[in-house]
Design a protein around this ligand. Structure first.
Ligand code: UD1
Ligand code: UDP
Length: 378
């Protein structure tokens, strides 16, 4: 994998780079392949540890990236700029007809900026989510990416209203469902809760915890508060914590592992991670994707954030927002409850990838022939 130009120009260039991109891209790439559309997959190298990147390619049937830009870590400007420089070189050497970007990471906005300035259309998968919290880098990335995109592929109806209020024309917005959930449903048979329990020596009820947002792990005081409440939760039941590299040093310095019922482990592969989530009594998280996965699995999700860009996981799913002051009581309440109110959100049905591929195919046909587009949503 080198940073060379693609061998031949292909109509569709997918840009991925960070862990949450991979389960979103897999069903889209698979569905486009059935339409016989040639595709190029770029990995920016934003995430690079095996456990943050390659494990997903092995487990999710993603093709090996055609190009890996190898940008690695850095400040926002350093990382975003490096991705832009690499992508500009690629897109100028072999301009695609469409660039497909995913979610809200730095790789997403970098790709959208480069493509827009080269007059290459952009499709944004998971457009229109809003936390209305501009202190989150993801909110900045999403808003800019949406403004630069030609196809806005949304996972929930609330996103349509957000985009329309920001002046985006309705005919560019397509409600297609959630490709992250396609991946979840496609792998349901491979989630082995008993094995995951055995592998992590879990004997009773347990909580899965994942925390990596800058607002939670980037300063010492909030890391210490988190560790304090995680220890209180561990006084009640076992806790498995696959630790994202971002927070590792601070959470460990705050004593995370120093409780006999907390198992701190490296980031897990997808199958092992979701197997644990599926078998857990509750999840404590600040992850975007995990809020969605728990909703579909029916596992109570306690989101340690002041807001969520995924409110459908609260209205229809198992999610609730908590603070460091309320999370322990929320765990107690969840453990005391027998059943949980839950509906699966609209179009989170395993067919989002197919819908996205149809929208993209239609868009490309329309550009090639100049004929008006056909409605393709379900
Ligand atoms: C990024 C996304 C965030 C997403 C998260 C998913 C941005 C701005 N943020 O955050 O929206 O929720 O990915 O996991 O794009 N590191 C490693 N190994 C790796 C990757 C990172 O050790 O393979 C460490 C480095 O010290 C790095 C830090 O993690 O500086 C943060 O990585 P970065 O990609 O900048 O942001 P994330 O916090 O991972
Ligand atoms: N995930 C995983 N192993 C882990 C943690 C997460 O496989 O140890 C998966 C999980 O499916 C999740 C996805 O990675 O939805 C993206 O997670 P992350 O929290 O990194 O990103 P976010 O969705 O918050 O941007």
């Amino acid at each position: 994998m080198g940073a060379a130009a693609p061998v031949k120009p292909t109509p569709i260039l997918h840009v991925t780079g960070a862990r949450p991109n991979f389960p979103k891209a897999a069903p889209v790439i698979a569905a486009l392949a059935t339409l016989d559309l040639a595709q190029t997959l770029v990995h920016t190298g934003q995430h690079y540890d095996d456990r943050m990147s390659e494990v997903f390619f092995r487990e999710l049937g993603l093709p090996t990236p055609d190009i890996n830009l190898g940008v690695g870590s850095g400040s926002h400007a350093v990382q975003t700029a490096a991705i832009m420089v690499g992508l500009e070189e690629l897109m100028m050497a072999a301009p695609p007809e469409l660039v497909v970007v995913y979610g809200d990471v730095n790789s997403t906005v970098a790709a959208a900026l480069v493509a827009a300035k080269l007059h290459i259309p952009v499709a944004h998968v998971e457009a229109g989510l809003r936390s209305f919290d501009m202190t989150m880098p993801e909110e900045v990335n999403r808003r800019l990416t949406d403004q630069l995109s030609d196809l806005l592929l949304v996972t929930s109806r609330d996103a349509i209203g957000h985009l329309e209020r920001e002046g985006i024309q309705s005919d560019r917005i397509h409600f297609v469902g959630n490709p992250m959930i396609d991946t979840l449903l496609a792998h349901l048979d491979s989630f082995d809760v008993d094995k995951a329990r055995r592998d992590h020596q879990l004997t009773d009820q347990f909580v899965v915890a994942t925390l990596h947002r800058p607002g939670n792990v980037d300063d010492e005081a909030s890391a210490q508060s988190l560790v304090r409440v995680l220890h209180e939760i561990a006084d009640r039941l076992e806790v498995v914590f696959p630790l994202h590299p971002r927070g590792r040093a601070r959470l460990e310095a705050a004593g995370l592992s120093q409780h006999s019922r907390i198992r701190v482990v490296d980031p897990l592969g997808y199958t092992e991670f979701i197997s644990l989530v599926r078998g857990s009594a509750a999840v404590v998280t600040d992850s975007g994707g995990v809020q969605e996965e728990t909703t579909v699995l029916g596992v109570p999700c306690l989101t340690l954030r002041p807001n969520t860009e995924r409110p459908v996981t609260i209205t229809d799913g198992t999610n609730q927002l908590v603070t460091v002051d309320s999370v322990v009581a929320a765990v107690d309440a969840v453990l005391a409850r027998q059943d949980h109110d839950q509906r699966v959100p609209e179009l989170w049905d395993g067919s989002a990838g197919v819908r996205i591929a149809a929208v993209i195919n239609n868009f490309l046909q329309q550009r090639r022939t100049g004929l008006p587009s056909m409605p393709v949503e379900g």
